[in-house]
Design a binder for this molecule. Structure first.
Ligand code: 5AD
Ligand code: SF4
Length: 463
């Protein structure tokens, strides 16, 4: 640990201690929008809040500190946040002691901060994606000086380790291995709000994985905007494949998943690591975004339709039975009906197990937002529906092939939709619902698949 880091930790603990010693009841509520990286950041925020003596509540009325961890990847994510924020105004009028903080990706945009300052004056603290660890400091400033605080760092700072996580109870945990993105896909705001790629040190990741194992977690999902470029800028260079081999050796961890991979960086070494590491699940999330090579070029994705399909063939040949999932954007500027049909063609050729499909959303500050040939909403929606329909048919057909098979299921808990059933997942990430005793929860068991749905499988517990 260098002097700066030691000083940061010292200052951090000091503030935590001071807030913790405030005698009144402290209750927080946190809402998280967006991706798993944000979910994992919120677990860190919750870790800090618990250290400061706060306890969690789902009830807005009884909380005295509300935090929104925001997302700006698409416009509807931002609109949701503004909707919630508007409703908090009344709550703050009823309870002036209530403190409201906003953080996450939206806050890294200047126009958003200006809008919040003008329109939502009831917000007390604003911070960004690069200085989460400053929460105790910012809260202290607000509590002791009574001043509203805006602290957003424009550039990505050093990675801070050692902040505790308050993780959701269960058998699965997120583990962020790198932050930021260098790819600048022309539609995407992420590189502007999350900064450049920064990998965590191997030892920090291994320590965290060991800790997760000792806490009883059996499945870890490694997170990063583009995990395939993990380790490139570390002093002691290390590939993502090497990281997987190292994590594969951790006792107690039974399953390793990761996301997201950029097709341009998916190396043979990584495909081999998935194949050869027993704990790395037979599932690859490989966003294609669009089928047409012309659109892919406009998106700055750096591969063609043919490159992508060749890559998929290679993966399927090396790892038979691997589940493939993807992200697809419909209605990127300039997308013609013909271009869209190529996306449908790719979907049919790859036969994804499932796809996250999105309507293109114009993001201020990205090159694609300046394009003149935006696709009308009505056309986007029509294409979107056709895409979903095709994917649903394929998903159901793939799920049908599971019927009659015996599969390994890591049991996650009681089914949300039917309290008499248990639910878990296969290595290929299929949801399996079945009846069985509660003692099976968090165990890996064999299930005989008896029926298939579009999004899940039904089965019977065997052993
Ligand atoms: N509009 C629609 N979808 C987007 N994504 C990223 N930026 C946009 C945008 N401007 C999607 C991509 C990415 C996923 C996380 O979000 O498909 O892989
Ligand atoms: Fe956005 Fe592209 Fe980076 Fe993914 S790889 S976060 S889509 S810029």
């Amino acid at each position: 640990m260098n002097t700066n880091e030691a000083e940061r930790q010292n200052q951090y603990m000091h503030r935590v201690y001071e807030i913790n010693s405030i005698p009144s009841a402290k209750r927080y509520h946190i809402s998280t929008f967006g991706c798993q990286l944000n979910e994992n950041d919120s677990e860190k925020l919750e870790g800090m809040l618990v250290q400061m003596g706060y306890s969690k509540t789902e009830n807005l009325e009884e909380s005295n500190f509300i935090i929104y961890n925001t997302c700006c990847v698409r416009e509807n994510a931002e609109q949701k946040v503004y909707g919630h924020l508007g409703r908090l105004k009344k709550l703050k009028e009823k309870n002036p002691e209530l403190l409201i903080a906003m953080c996450g990706c939206m806050m890294q945009q200047k126009h958003v901060i200006e809008h919040i300052k003008r329109t939502y004056r009831h917000v007390d603290i604003i911070f960004g994606t690069h200085n989460l660890h400053k929460l105790p400091e910012l809260l202290y400033t607000l509590l002791y000086n009574g001043e509203k605080v805006i602290d957003v760092w424009e550039t990505d700072g050093v990675l801070t380790e050692g902040i505790p996580f308050e993780r959701k109870k269960g058998v699965k945990a997120w583990l962020t291995v790198m932050y930021g993105c260098n790819n600048f896909c022309s539609y995407c705001i992420v590189p502007y709000v999350r900064g450049r790629e920064r990998s965590r040190e191997l030892d920090d990741i291994l320590n965290e994985a060991n800790k997760l194992s000792s806490q009883g977690f059996k499945e870890i999902t490694l997170l990063g905007q583009n995990v395939n470029s993990y380790g490139k800028e570390l002093e002691k260079k290390l590939s993502f494949a090497e990281l997987l081999y190292r994590l594969n050796g951790i006792d107690g961890i039974e399953r390793i998943r990761f996301m997201t991979s950029h097709p341009k960086d998916l190396s043979d070494e990584l495909i081999d690591a998935i194949r050869l590491s027993a704990k790395v699940c037979e599932h690859l999330h490989l966003p294609v975004q669009a089928g047409s090579t012309k659109i892919l070029k406009e998106m700055n994705r750096k591969y063609s339709k043919e490159n992508y399909l060749e890559l998929i063939d290679k993966v399927k040949n090396k790892i038979p039975g691997i589940a493939l999932t993807t992200d697809i954007i419909v209605g990127f500027p300039g997308e013609t009906e013909k271009d869209f049909e190529v996306t449908l063609d790719v979907m049919e050729k790859v036969r994804y197990d499932s796809a996250y499909t999105f309507l293109y959303s114009k993001r201020t500050g990205t090159p694609a937002a300046l394009k003149q040939d935006q696709v009308p909403e009505i056309i986007k929606k029509e294409r979107f529906n056709r895409l979903i329909q095709l994917q649903n048919t394929i998903s159901k057909e793939i799920n049908d092939t599971y019927v009659g098979q015996k599969v390994d299921v890591l049991v996650e808990g009681i089914s949300k939709t039917n309290k008499d059933m248990l639910t878990g997942r296969t290595g290929t990430n299929k949801i399996v619902n079945f009846s069985g005793p509660a003692k099976l929860i968090y165990k890996t068991i064999k299930v005989h698949i008896t029926n298939s749905q579009t999004w899940s499988l039904d089965g019977e517990f065997i052993s």
